[in-house]
Write a protein that binds this ligand. Structure first.
Ligand SMILES: [Zn+2]
Length: 92
C-alpha cells in the first residue's frame, strides 16, 4: 500500500532557516486539501495553504529568519531566574 505523504509538493527548503531538512508531519483528512510540513533543524512548522510569507523562503519576513548556526546560541526568553532559597523542588 502506498501512502500519499505529500512528497510531490514538498518544499525544498525551510522558509525560516532554508535548511533542506523538510518533512511531512500530517496531511488533511480529506486527501489533497493541505499538508503540514516541518523543519527538523529549526522546528518551524507550516501548512501548505498558508500565505507565501509563511511558506516561501524568499517571502518569509527577514526579521524572523534564522540560520542553522544561530540555533545553538539563541537566548532563552524569558530568562528563567535562579531558584530562591527555600523554593527548591520538594523542599518546604
Ligand atoms: Zn528550518
Amino acid at each position: 500500500m502506498t501512502v500519499d505523504d505529500g512528497a510531490a509538493d514538498r518544499p525544498t527548503a525551510c522558509p525560516r532557516c532554508r535548511s533542506t531538512t523538510v518533512g511531512v508531519q500530517a496531511t488533511s483528512p480529506v486527501p489533497g486539501v493541505w499538508t503540514l510540513f516541518s523543519c527538523s533543524t529549526c522546528l518551524y512548522t507550516w501548512r501548505s495553504t498558508e500565505p507565501a510569507e509563511n511558506t516561501d523562503p524568499d517571502h518569509y519576513p527577514e526579521a524572523f529568519r534564522l540560520t542553522p548556526d544561530q540555533l545553538a546560541t539563541l537566548p532563552v526568553a524569558p530568562t528563567i531566574p535562579p531558584l530562591r532559597a527555600g523554593d527548591a523542588p520538594g523542599g518546604s
